[in-house]
Design a binder for this molecule. Structure first.
Ligand code: HEC
Ligand code: HEC
Ligand code: HEC
Ligand code: HEC
Ligand code: HEC
Ligand code: HEC
Ligand code: HEC
Length: 359
């Protein structure tokens, strides 16, 4: 009798837990909202469930695609978004391939060089707590500098779990958090506002006190498709095209940058007085001079593309911001089968014919 009471009590508690979960949170947490997922918990969990999961209805690499897949059956609770097709684009988070390496309770960033690098839906989304206004709500985060965060407050904290000082970073990847440190010479304003209070090219919706997010640049290239940095037809999961090689300027070539920086302002030399000369006449990509994340030593996000920029004949390679719009560069640049040299000799900082007036 006593035992039976206990079981009843347990069942009641569980019932209460589930009901209060789905009622109290009905307006917020998407997956606990019965108007969206009429089957509630059993949409994802089943008695016994799939082995080595928390009673999940399907293996963990298939569960989310049941409703966020490319085949829509009209089953109750099915989502309108198709994440699966986005992950098949040429640049993507390798979720389909590596979800099996995720385990519940894992600690990120990885501290072992031998662990297989992975990305799973549950690394960025908390399936119980996510909401439509914040799809990352409840996900764990990392400061990028040693501090684990139980519930990430900012998107970049979720990204830093795998893109900062992970021991198993691929050799082609870098510590992204180190680029956005407040003490750096320049950075795009992701963690905090930027260092430059004169950015005349900014579009009307942005200012020098704006904050932007990783997914403002890393996102689905299809604006009518599912949002988020799942996959894109452009390299590096970029939301718009960004040509990093030398070539003709066009609205498309630097579409990513022109989303926030007015092309007309840049090519009108509103700030750097030789922007047009380099970008239009010398076919230089923004990438020849700028870093998209941040720079440790040079102001203005200057980070020369070392495949075309090398030290000059005096061995100098430097960028000095002296007078606004007329910086001093000491370097050699091999571009469009030409070689240009900027030297300090004779006080000349620009020795090309066609230098901007007064240089
Ligand atoms: C949209 C799918 C989905 C729904 C709906 C869902 N869960 Fe989960 N749940 C998951 C996944 C996925 C995990 C494992 C996460 C991981 O491996 O990191 C999980 C884990 C759990 C765990 C293990 C502890 C934890 O929090 O990780 C419990 C307990 C749990 N769910 C209970 C519930 C209850 C109760 C409900 C209904 C109120 C529910 N879940 C609804 C997907 C779901
Ligand atoms: C690398 C982190 C990351 C991973 C892994 C990830 N997502 Fe996302 N997802 C995001 C971010 C960030 C957003 C929100 C973008 C925004 O709107 O700001 C998002 C948005 C979404 C949305 C809302 C889309 C919309 O158009 O409103 C859905 C649905 C979604 N993710 C499902 C999934 C599923 C399913 C998986 C696994 C197959 C997954 N995500 C894996 C980061 C991730
Ligand atoms: C039983 C169906 C179902 C399953 C399984 C499911 N989802 Fe969802 N999900 C939905 C529905 C319905 C929405 C509401 C928006 C829509 O229709 O796309 C949604 C929305 C989302 C959103 C965006 C939040 C919002 O309100 O728009 C994210 C992120 C998301 N799901 C991630 C996941 C992840 C990660 C998994 C796997 C753990 C998962 N989903 C499994 C049905 C499901
Ligand atoms: C759980 C780990 C994990 C998290 C969290 C994560 N990523 Fe990733 N990301 C990966 C893996 C794995 C790859 C594949 C390449 C690699 O290993 O770096 C990748 C690749 C990328 C790439 C493409 C890199 C390239 O060289 O093509 C971008 C861009 C990216 N992630 C951005 C983000 C953003 C933005 C966030 C936060 C919203 C994020 N990631 C969160 C694991 C993660
Ligand atoms: C202003 C646009 C912009 C923002 C904001 C941005 N990125 Fe990037 N990201 C780029 C571009 C452009 C590239 C490719 C060129 C390059 O590597 O410099 C890139 C490359 C990457 C790569 C692959 C190369 C590498 O060094 O590993 C990763 C990973 C990445 N970004 C993650 C992030 C994360 C995480 C955030 C937020 C903390 C972020 N990005 C914010 C534009 C941006
Ligand atoms: C030859 C090197 C070089 C190239 C190529 C270049 N820039 Fe610049 N850019 C600079 C320098 C130097 C400054 C800083 C000038 C100053 O403030 O004194 C600058 C400043 C800027 C600024 C901040 C001021 C403003 O105008 O709002 C933006 C934004 C910018 N560049 C975007 C771009 C974009 C986008 C491209 C490609 C279409 C590009 N740059 C190509 C060197 C370059
Ligand atoms: C989502 C919007 C967004 C995108 C996309 C974007 N930027 Fe910016 N950028 C900003 C904002 C906001 C600032 C102002 C930060 C400040 O005041 O220092 C800025 C500032 C800059 C600066 C000046 C930084 C300094 O410290 O002088 C340069 C250079 C720059 N961006 C180059 C680029 C290039 C190159 C691209 C394309 C790869 C790009 N931006 C894409 C929003 C964006």
């Amino acid at each position: 009798m006593k035992k039976r009471n206990n079981i009843l009590l347990l069942l009641a508690a569980l019932f209460f837990f589930i009901v209060s979960f789905s009622l109290a949170h009905a307006l917020n947490e998407t997956h606990l909202d019965r108007s969206k997922l009429p089957l509630g918990c059993v949409s994802c969990h089943k008695n016994h469930g799939t082995s080595s999961t928390v009673m999940l209805e399907r293996p963990k690499n298939q569960l989310c695609f049941k409703c966020h897949g490319n085949v829509k059956t009209g089953a109750p609770g099915e989502a309108s978004t198709d994440i699966y097709s986005v992950l098949l684009k040429q640049s993507n988070h390798p979720i389909i391939q590596t979800t099996q390496y995720h385990y519940r309770g894992e600690s990120l960033p990885e501290r072992s060089t031998t662990t297989t690098r992975h990305a799973a839906c549950f690394d960025c989304h908390n399936p119980h707590l996510l909401t439509s206004s914040n799809p990352l709500n409840g996900a764990k985060g990392y400061s990028g500098r040693g501090l684990q965060i139980n519930k990430a407050q900012y998107e970049y904290q979720v990204c830093y779990k795998c893109h900062s000082d992970s021991a198993n970073l691929p050799s082609s990847a870098s510590d992204i958090a180190s680029k956005f440190e407040a003490g750096n010479a320049a950075f795009h304003p992701v963690e905090t506002v930027g260092k430059n209070n004169n950015v005349p090219s900014l579009v009307a919706s942005l200012s020098t006190v704006s904050i932007i997010t990783c997914s403002d640049c890393h996102n689905n290239d299809d604006i009518s498709g599912a949002k988020g940095p799942h996959g894109s037809n452009y390299d590096y999961i970029l939301s718009e095209n960004y040509t990093m090689d030398t070539g003709a300027e066009s609205p498309y070539a630097y579409e990513l940058c022109y989303k926030c920086h007015r092309r007309s302002s840049l090519l009108n030399d509103d700030s750097f007085q030789a922007h047009k000369k380099h970008i239009v006449y010398e076919n230089a990509s923004c990438f020849a001079c700028h870093d998209a994340h941040g720079t440790l030593n040079y102001a203005n996000l200057i980070n020369f593309d070392t495949t075309i920029v090398t030290p000059n004949s005096l061995g100098e390679l430097n960028y000095l911001k002296v007078v606004a719009g007329k910086p001093r560069c000491f370097l050699t640049c091999h571009i469009s089968s030409q070689t240009y040299e900027h030297k300090i000799t004779g006080g000349l900082y620009c020795i090309n014919s066609n230098c901007p007036p007064g240089w």
